[in-house]
Write a protein that binds this ligand. Structure first.
Ligand code: ADP
Ligand code: MG
Length: 608
């Protein structure tokens, strides 16, 4: 560089040892980014102290006050100053950092917090005569004092960043900071379902409860599910698949949503490694991989997954905030997640979202539930006056309903056929089937698309795709690069049952198509595959992308809406759905059927 920089001075720079307070402020920069990180450290300490109940009070989104109270084992009076000194911890002797079973182990949080705010530590251990209190302000400790506290520990942090005001400038709105705090508390609450968590906003002297989760009871899995339904919502619990798998000493368990229950962003994916909430690209990517077949690219599953493994298989000492981990064998964990999700999807594949059905009910209910103005005296429903039927019937009955051939009611409804017996086809696309305890509405187009896709995949996996030759090859004109892209993968396409040949210029000749697709518009099929290839980018290798091409193909072979089906055809479709993996949703993650329980229907009519 031509210009001398202002940092270079004439005299030799002097090296000096920084004092303890400065060192702690520097460490705090890494550990305490915002009030939510202080909350995280303090709540983790309470969990490490085996607390059964943890209360978090914050004022002004944590900027003026964060107070965490617990009923854990406490800190002995003489140890209080030690707890506040750097690299002092009761959780490891430092010999084996791969053998960590607590959230903390670095002995950094309390001294860091004491370096940037006003920290008061009050604690009482079992059988102690009295509680002790220690206050530190910007790194300077006051003498130990007696205090009133029956058991456990209270850590109070006032005016965070008052000693490092530059940080305050980086704070976002109170709303955003409060949200971050509540996210931290909720994540830890999922990790510790047997502990009660209460988060209060105590700004301006008031007390407003922001979040509360009571300690669950019963079997571990039930306790976890109770907690997940408090944190992620009851709807998640109702639309979740249970995950439980193990490979080479690594266990994966928890709950993940049915494909029909998804979000527009990956915000509700919670992963825990040996009980520690982590953000990990590898694990999130694996989750996406598990759903790749059943969810559109812009939809995201909701999940809470717990990876439990011997401590030595994972390194948690990667990041000061300990939100990242490193597995000794990342491929193993990835594979475990992908296969566990796929397995669950297969097991529960024909199950569709219950929330979808509730949405339908919501739309069909003319009055808010509970209003009950349509309640009829029992026994008179056959003589329902006309006007009673109108409001709630509106949602179901547009003027020109097209009803297909009705099926004799004698068709047996069997309990071992969850999708029931077909009763009618309406609007030339919806099959109405009766089950022992309700009815099922199937979107025949969406369902058939999924069945064709699964059949194609099975045939392809068995290297046995049956194709049918066209009597006259179909010539398809394409933009030249598209034709080139298709021809570049013609061998792979042939293995999928689609035989194409060059026909000069931008044209290709289609000679054979996959038999399961039936009568198919070859030109539209080829164009769609060309689109898929260009979506996937320039690579000519189809391997790994075959599913996407198969999925495109199956759209073409599906029973289009508008086709009338015979009763045997409808029943055959239902039976095939019951045994086909993932048949509860189409290739784009939409439900293929909705189930209404008889009790739901009765509710609709105010009968329950
Ligand atoms: P670390 O958690 O990494 O050990 P901290 O600075 O967070 O480091 O805490 C230092 C020590 O203070 C802990 O090891 C623990 O012994 C004690 N401690 C902190 N918070 C609590 C608490 N809420 N209950 C009991 N002991 C605590
Ligand atoms: Mg700690």
């Amino acid at each position: 560089m031509a210009q001398p920089t202002p940092h270079i001075r004439a005299e030799l720079p002097k090296i000096r040892q920084l004092d303890e307070a400065a060192i702690n402020r520097i460490a705090a920069g890494e550990v305490v980014e915002r009030p939510a990180s202080a909350v995280k450290e303090l709540v983790e300490n309470a969990i490490d102290a085996q607390a059964r109940r943890i209360t978090i009070d914050v004022a002004d989104a944590g900027k003026t006050l964060i107070r965490v109270s617990d009923d854990g084992h406490g800190i002995a009076g003489p140890d209080l100053p030690l707890a506040l000194s750097r690299h002092a911890t009761s959780k490891t002797d430092g010999a084996d950092l791969l053998d960590i079973h607590s959230f903390g182990f670095r002995g950094e949080a309390l001294p860091s917090l004491a370096a940037i705010g006003r920290l008061t530590l009050t604690s009482r251990v079992k059988d102690a005569e009295e509680a002790k209190l220690l206050t530190v302000e910007a790194g300077r400790a006051h003498p130990l004092r007696p205090a009133a506290l029956s058991a456990g520990t209270i850590v109070e942090l006032r005016d965070i960043f008052f000693a490092t005001p530059a940080r305050l400038k980086f704070m976002r709105s109170d709303r955003a900071e409060m949200m971050a705090i509540s996210d931290v508390v909720k994540r830890l609450a999922m990790a510790e379902p047997a502990t009660t968590f209460v988060l209060n906003d105590v700004s301006d002297g008031g007390v407003r409860q922001v979040f509360r989760a009571d300690a669950g009871q019963g079997e571990l899995f039930d306790v976890v599910m109770q907690r997940l339904s408090v944190v992620l919502g009851r709807e998640f619990a109702e639309n979740a698949m249970r995950i439980d798998a193990e490979r080479d000493g690594i266990r994966l368990w928890g709950a993940a949503s049915l494909p029909t229950f998804s979000r527009g962003a990956a915000v509700a994916q919670h992963l825990f490694v040996n009980g520690r909430p982590v953000r990990d690209k590898l694990l999130i990517g694996a989750l996406r991989g598990g759903y790749s077949d059943v969810m559109a690219r812009d939809r995201h599953p909701v999940a809470a997954l717990f990876v439990d493994c011997p401590a030595e298989l994972v390194d948690v000492n990667v990041h000061p905030a300990k939100t990242e981990v490193r597995f000794r064998d990342p491929g193993l964990v990835r594979g475990l997640i992908v296969s566990a999700i796929r397995h669950a999807l297969m097991q529960e594949g024909h199950r569709s979202s219950r929330t979808v059905a509730e949405g339908v009910l919501g739309a069909a209910q003319a009055e808010p539930a509970g209003a009950r103005i349509y309640q009829m005296p029992l026994g008179t429903s056959e003589h329902l006056p006309r006007h009673f039927t109108e409001p709630s019937a509106r949602a179901f009955a547009p003027a020109a309903a097209v009803v297909g051939p009705a099926i004799p009611a004698e068709t047996e409804v069997r309990a071992d056929q969850p999708l029931g017996a077909a009763r009618a086809q309406v609007h030339e696309n919806y099959i109405i089937a009766q089950t022992p305890d309700g009815l099922v509405i199937v979107d025949q187009h969406a369902a058939h698309e999924r069945l064709v896709y699964e059949r194609l995949k099975r045939q392809h996996d068995a290297r046995n795709v049956v194709s049918q030759a066209l009597l006259i090859p179909e010539i398809v004109e394409l933009p030249e690069p598209d034709a080139a892209a298709i021809l570049a993968v013609s061998e792979d396409l042939a293995a999928l049952g689609l035989v194409v040949e060059p026909f000069g210029g931008g044209a290709v000749a289609v000679r054979e198509t996959p038999a399961v697709l039936g009568q198919v518009n070859a030109a539209a099929l080829v164009r769609d595959i060309a689109d898929e290839l260009s979506d996937q980018g320039g690579s000519t290798a189809l391997r790994g992308r075959i599913d996407a091409v198969l999925s495109r193909m199956s759209c073409h072979g599906s029973v289009r809406s508008g086709r009338q089906m015979r009763p045997e055809e409808m029943n055959a479709l239902l039976r095939e759905m019951e045994v086909t993996p993932s048949s509860g949703q189409c290739n784009h993650g939409r439900p293929t059927y909705v189930k209404l329980q008889l009790s739901d229907i009765e509710r609709l009519f105010g009968r329950s």
